[in-house]
Write a protein that binds this ligand. Structure first.
Ligand code: MV4
Length: 450
């Protein structure tokens, strides 16, 4: 096992990894920008090193600075958290050259899943159901129009280098296609330096269901069920739950098995998430994320596993601590994301926290790096905390969420907490009856969202 792990991240996820290290008797090294000198992850880690100025490009994304920090502190492994360098294949191969272990998948797996055409082709060949559409990339308007005829409109043109909603264009009819195709290509070229696009049948009212998988890198893999992350605003998730209100045990076992088998066959190592659109009882693969996700705690809550601990174990060559038949769901969990943003327009709201009180009690987990007097810097993501509740069933989880939101105090800045108070008044939230479009529609009518 490693003696010391460097955490190449900040905020709540850095604390999450430091906590796992401490429970495992592993030393932790925080890295930070000059803007984060007073951040909680710096205080909580065993050691801390300043790696650069406020701009993430020159600090949390600086590969030379992070490798130097490993060499100075003697850290043998790096946990990347999410975002920043977590899905950067180049970074992973550079670490290999330096004899530093990356706590995550191989550079090759990151590369495969980072290119959405290759990812889809790989998953299709592994028996994972995919959205009907073009066979690989589409190079010309004529080919795009042919795909439109084959699959029927509407279709969606997606950048292979995109993902997470970046670089997509809808074509509702053949008349739309040329513009959608050319715009998608031009935007992809500008945003990613890669203009390759592919085309899919557009699904009109799906849910976003993602399957948590975990591999040991040696041909064994399990699934930990699904999360329903349909409640999103501008491709940012705001409310996530597990299990999914629309998924029954048989359906879960079936898609879970397909996903676990697929990642086992490629010797995938560590945590991964296979994203699907789910409509009319069918799953359609869209993307795979090769990292620990923000919303991983809802899965941890219902399965009673520590995903970060397991990531560290398999990275050190140890086996996973569970088999598929030991993984049973206990109850229901919900996560809401607290952002330093002002409603109704979700404008960034950095500033100094004059008072912070985290909710507690049975079935409540607050993952946050806030503290009284902390100044939220304006340079990074606006996520300031995740409130995760767990109950014996969905109804109890919702009651607990309502109760915990009542205990939460974050003064000095604006947060998205009031959004959740309002959502909990909605019948559709109580019944679990929502698709990927529910939240945006609700915001239009309820928050005069811009
Ligand atoms: C789609 C789709 C409908 N049909 N693909 C957006 C993010 C990216 N991961 C995939 N996305 C979508 N792909 C087909 N063939 C609708 C979306 C989509 C979406 C997906 C998940 C969660 C929220 C969303 C919001 C708008 C569009």
């Amino acid at each position: 096992m490693f003696d010391k792990i460097l955490i190449a991240n900040r905020g709540e996820i850095a604390l999450r990894v430091i906590r796992a290290c401490r429970e495992m008797g592993i030393g932790s090294v925080a890295v930070h920008s000059t803007a984060d000198a007073d951040a909680m992850h710096v205080r909580m880690a065993d050691e801390a090193i300043c790696i650069g100025p406020p701009s993430a490009t020159d600090s949390y994304l600086s590969v030379p600075a992070i490798i130097a920090a490993c060499e100075i502190t003697g850290a043998q492994a790096i946990h990347p958290g999410y975002g920043f360098l977590s899905e950067n294949a180049k970074f992973v191969s550079i670490l290999e050259d330096h004899g530093i272990t990356f706590i995550g998948p191989t550079a090759e797996h990151i590369r495969i899943m980072g290119d959405k055409i290759t990812a889809k082709d790989t998953m299709k060949n592994l028996g994972v159901p995919c959205v009907p559409g073009s066979d690989g990339g589409v190079d010309t308007v004529a080919d795009a129009l042919a795909v439109g005829i084959d699959f029927g409109y509407p279709v969606i043109v997606k950048a292979t280098a995109g993902g997470g909603g970046r670089g997509m264009k809808l074509a509702t009819s053949a008349e739309d296609m040329e513009t959608a195709f050319r715009t998608a290509r031009a935007e992809a070229k500008a945003a990613f330096g890669n203009d390759e696009v592919y085309i899919e049948k557009y699904l009109g009212r799906p849910r976003h269901i993602e399957i948590q998988v975990f591999g040991d890198g040696k041909g064994r893999a399990v699934h930990l069920g699904e999360r329903d992350c349909s409640l999103q605003r501008r491709h940012q998730k705001v409310f996530e739950e597990a299990p999914g209100p629309a998924i029954d045990a048989t359906t879960r076992a079936e898609i879970g098995r397909i996903c676990a088998d697929a990642v086992a066959r490629i010797n995938y190592i560590g945590a991964g998430t296979i994203e699907f659109l789910y409509e009319d009882g069918e799953f359609y693969f869209i993307e795979m994320n090769t990292r620990l996700q923000v919303e991983h705690p809802v899965t941890e809550a219902i399965f009673g596993v520590d995903l970060v601990r397991e990531q560290i174990r398999v990275a050190a060559g140890l086996p996973m601590e569970f088999n598929q038949d030991e993984l049973n769901i206990n109850g229901h969990a919900i996560e809401v994301r607290l952002n330093a943003e002002k409603l109704p327009n979700f404008a960034p709201s950095p500033g100094t926290i004059t008072q912070y009180h985290a909710p507690g009690g049975l079935g409540v987990r607050m993952d946050s790096a806030l503290y009284d007097g902390y100044s939220i810097p304006p340079y990074y993501d606006s996520l300031i905390g995740k409130l995760i509740v767990h109950g014996r069933d969905r109804e109890e989880a919702i009651a607990r969420l309502n109760r915990a939101l009542g205990e939460l105090i974050v003064d000095g800045i604006e947060t998205t907490a009031p959004l959740f108070d309002a959502l909990l008044l909605e019948d559709d939230i109580h019944s679990g009856d929502y698709t990927i479009h529910w939240l945006e529609k609700w915001l239009e009518t309820n928050l005069q969202d811009g």
